[in-house]
Unconditional design. Sequence first.
Length: 147
Amino acid sequence: MILAVSTPQNPPTLADGYRGRFAPSPTGPLHAGSLVAAPGNWLNARKNAGKWLLRIEDLDTPRCVPGVDQIIRSQLQACGLFWDEEPLYQSSRQKYYWEALETLNGQKVLYPCACSRQMIASRLAAQNIQTPRNRWSLHPSTCGCGR
């Protein structure tokens, strides 16, 4: 049963309460780490009288394996974990991502860059700039595409 679907036009509000989510990528069956994280996340939603949502991260289509989303759903259900709204497939929201990109582009806050993360990290290292893993870093502006 779908209780509410949040979109940019209908975002969730504080009145909607706690919303926990589990967001696996359908690249293979759930691994041990996910099978530990999912129950913890589910329990947290229940403890907070909230909803537990399943969001399938299917945007990296070359890595997604057809049918694995159903295996993941079955694995969760076999563990007694049931979601409170219809699972959301990220690929179904591409329209909203494109709209957001168009808005940012209209505000002139985007710039094109074909550099890989490794290229950027190498350029920063060459400039003796250390960036902790998974942290924001400045673009080195050495390839001509940065600001």
